[in-house]
Design a protein around this ligand. Structure first.
Ligand code: FES
Length: 243
């Protein structure tokens, strides 16, 4: 069994100041996930009549992207996985774990942040609205396997926000690039490609998210391994959309 010292950011509301509170955790299983340790802490806090720590999670299988916090300064706490897939055995017994909300997004409460900026960006063009008719027989639309693979790889973006949190500029270029790539590489998404890239980029700017300056931190931390090439495609499509 393991012991940890948790330093957790507690903030009652977005407009109120927050602070780190220290909680000792004794005798936790190495097989628990980080979020299961927070569940255990919350049980103890509620039994003591205190407010539980607020954090986001849903599927707890690395699929939905709703979990996300900073663990010792690293988005999700580990490269290549979501917070719900981080297990305590990867930390050292006796280690101090500092848990903070993901930077780049407004804090709602404690470790929960507001990622609705991503929803507003998606509402500007993260879909196909042209009438493509009923589903055709798959082989009647020939798509090279490499193109299909690139589109499907980009479609695995779960919108967790780790890219924004890791970027020194707070840029969402990897997220937007993934959506642009996934939609525009396939025939059904091409008629609206120019309009889509301009509208989604404009909304990204309106949300106050930063610009990409090729640091590459976003792709390095992305739990879905979305490559930096999606940002290159985003830029290329953006400029082509004005010609
Ligand atoms: S809770 Fe769904 S990805 Fe972590």
């Amino acid at each position: 069994m393991l012991n940890f010292t948790l330093k957790i950011w507690r903030q009652p509301q977005s407009e109120q100041p927050g602070q780190f509170i220290t909680y000792p955790m004794h005798g936790v299983s190495p097989g628990w996930s980080l979020l299961e340790m927070l569940d255990e802490l919350n049980e103890k806090l509620m039994q003591a009549g205190q407010e539980p720590v607020v954090f986001d999670s849903d599927c707890r299988e690395g699929i939905c992207g709703s979990c996300g916090l900073l663990v010792n300064g690293i988005p999700h706490g580990q490269v290549g996985v979501t917070t719900c897939q981080v297990y305590l055995r990867r930390f050292q017994n006796g280690q101090t774990l500092t848990l903070e909300p993901l930077p780049g997004f407004p804090v709602v409460r404690d470790l929960m942040v507001d990622r609705s900026a991503f929803d507003r960006i998606m509402a500007q063009g993260g879909y196909i609205s042209v009438n493509v008719g009923s589903a055709p027989e798959a082989n009647t639309i020939p798509i090279p396997p490499k193109t299909a693979t690139q589109a499907f790889d980009a479609a695995t973006c779960i919108g967790c926000g780790a890219c924004v949190a890791a970027c020194p500029n707070g840029s969402a270029a990897l997220f937007v690039g993934a959506k642009i790539t996934h939609l525009s590489l396939l025939p059904q998404g091409q008629p609206e490609a120019g309009q889509r890239v301009r509208a989604m980029t404009a909304q990204m700017d309106a949300e106050g998210l930063g610009h990409c300056s090729n640091h590459g931190e976003c792709a390095a931390i992305c739990p879905q391994n979305i490559p930096l090439t999606v940002i290159a495609r985003l830029r290329r499509q953006y400029w082509q959309s004005w010609w």
